[in-house]
Write a protein that binds this ligand. Structure first.
Ligand code: C2E
Ligand code: MG
Ligand code: MG
Length: 479
């Protein structure tokens, strides 16, 4: 990278992107959660906070009609309108691309409360994007603190449940949370019961997705991802059951089973003459927090030696952010037993490089939000270039997650990202299909423009300070 000033500015841009949704300037998920927690802690005794959850129902349709530019233009107009109608001191956020959050001080018992909240939502009806063609279609729900719940996490869930209800019954009215909606909680409970049975009955299995060296096209390793096939519910996604497992002790069994099975599979492959340089297993913050985490990893590794293959554990930044000291000490214990450590979904929280630089990490996996449509977004390209350059300064290997298109692959190669993973190369598949992938890859990789030998590509120089700040930052949120 260039001068210190450039470094500072790049860092500033990067840290901005970690706290704010870049398209709209609203707080992102993590920052909103933190700010809301602080607001709840500091509120005056007796006051109540309403969390209004507004889903932009037609954002995905907008994307199909107009592409990212259209969808994001609409999102920006919604954000501007929200800013103009809510009172000073309200918190505004955008999460998961299509959801907008407003937290304001208002009492559920106040007769005007419903009207005030409805006014905020009604104001969105006047928003126009692309001339007169598009109006936002919204579904809105609200939950009140502390009347509906005293847990900030439940406040989110309840407001989102209420918005879900609003979209289900297709009403323009703000729907208030009521405990009857809390089927999610009941579903959590029954999922947990089913999960316990499923773990005893071997309903869980692993699928594998390759990580590819973006310079040579060689296979760097595989990520093991867990799957659950329930006899009645069918395939339950990790997105559904991992959060439930994390709220119970089941996450420890899931981790142990996943690690055990992944290492056993590596042994089977090795016996069959198939060598993979590395295998990665995901660990939740709850796993890492547990006192004997490193010891139990060491025990399983001792039972299933995997030769020269390296084991990498992928974990999100959340624990590093919550408890840097604990995270650092766990990382050191893991490094001592020869485990590599990857930060997963990098960029979705806001740990920042200042925290990361103290941690003994090996790999940074850049979240797929940054990769999606990067070939059509100069701003996102600059941002990823900055991330890759900073990671290199910290001696971290970079891996781009969720590469789906050739254009995305080309950009990530050009900017010098070390590795990539995504449907473009291979969806996650069971072990036998993964073997087939490995057999075909040396031939298939040529289709993606990888060289026959091991010659790397020329990397573009990192963009200059002037380029970084003058290019319009036009990243794409995850819709
Ligand atoms: P992750 O670790 O970031 O895994 C990547 C996710 O992205 C996987 O979803 C994968 O199937 C998906 N993916 C890969 N390439 C593409 C692509 O090109 N496009 C798109 N749209 N998606 C792609 P999956 O398997 O549903 O897992 C979701 C998350 O659940 C994982 O995210 C991980 O955080 C968690 N998870 C999965 N297995 C385990 C596990 O054994 N233990 C724990 N604690 N978490 C797990
Ligand atoms: Mg992962
Ligand atoms: Mg990830």
């Amino acid at each position: 990278m260039g001068s210190d000033v450039e470094n500072d500015i790049s860092r500033e841009i990067f840290s901005y992107s970690q706290r704010f949704d870049i398209q709209t300037g609203l707080l992102n998920h993590q920052a909103f959660q933190d700010e809301l927690a602080a607001t709840l802690r500091n509120r005056a005794t007796g006051s109540e906070i309403a969390l209004l959850w507004i889903d932009l129902v037609n954002l995905r349709r907008e994307f199909s009609l107009w592409g990212w530019a259209g969808a994001e233009a609409l999102a920006r107009r919604v954000a501007e309108t929200l800013r103009s109608v809510v009172e000073a001191g309200a918190l505004l956020g955008r999460i998961g691309g299509r959801s907008f959050l407003v937290a304001i001080e208002v009492s559920k018992r106040d007769k005007q409360a419903g009207l005030r909240l409805q006014n905020v939502v009604d104001a969105l009806a006047s928003v126009r994007s692309r001339g007169l063609e598009t109006r936002p279609q919204v579904a809105a729900g609200v939950a009140f603190y502390p009347v509906d719940t005293e847990s900030p996490e439940d406040l989110f869930r309840f407001a989102s449940l209420a918005a879900h209800r609003a979209s289900y019954v297709k009403t323009k009215a703000v729907v208030a949370f009521d405990p009857g909606m809390n089927t999610l909680v009941q579903r959590d409970h029954s999922l947990e019961v089913e999960m316990r049975k499923g773990l005893d009955q071997n309903q869980f299995s692993l699928v594998y997705q390759p990580k590819i060296d973006l310079a040579s096209g060689d296979v760097l390793g595989a990520e093991a991802l867990i799957r659950w096939k329930h006899p009645q519910l069918g395939n339950v996604t990790p997105g559904e059951f991992i959060p439930v497992a994390e709220r119970s002790d089941l996450i420890h069994r899931i981790f142990d089973i996943g690690l055990h099975e992944a290492l056993e599979q590596m042994q089977r492959w090795r016996m069959a003459g198939i060598e993979l340089p590395a295998i990665a297993v995901n660990a939740s913050a709850a796993n890492v927090r547990s006192d004997d985490f490193a010891r139990s990893v060491g025990t399983i590794m001792g039972q299933l030696p995997i030769g020269s293959t390296e084991l990498e554990l992928e974990m999100t930044e959340s624990l590093a952010f919550e408890d840097e000291e604990l995270f650092t000490s766990r990382m050191r214990q893991l490094k001592a037993i020869g485990v590599r450590i990857a930060i997963d979904d990098f960029g979705t929280r806001y740990t920042g490089f200042n925290v990361l630089k103290h941690l003994p990490l090996d790999t940074m996996k850049i979240d797929q939000c940054f990769i999606r449509g990067i070939d059509r977004s100069p701003g996102m390209r600059s941002l990823c270039q900055t991330i890759v350059a900073m990671a290199r300064q910290l001696n971290l290997q970079t891996v781009a997650e969720g590469i789906e298109e050739q254009g995305e692959l080309d950009v990530m190669r050009e900017i010098g990202c070390d590795g990539g993973q995504g449907y473009l190369f291979q969806r996650p598949v069971p072990a036998d299909a993964f073997e087939e992938f490995l057999r075909n890859w040396p031939r298939r990789k040529l289709e993606f423009g990888f060289p026959k030998g091991r010659i790397g590509v020329e990397h573009e120089p990192v963009c200059t300070f002037a380029e970084t700040v003058t290019r319009v930052i036009q990243p794409v949120a995850c819709l």
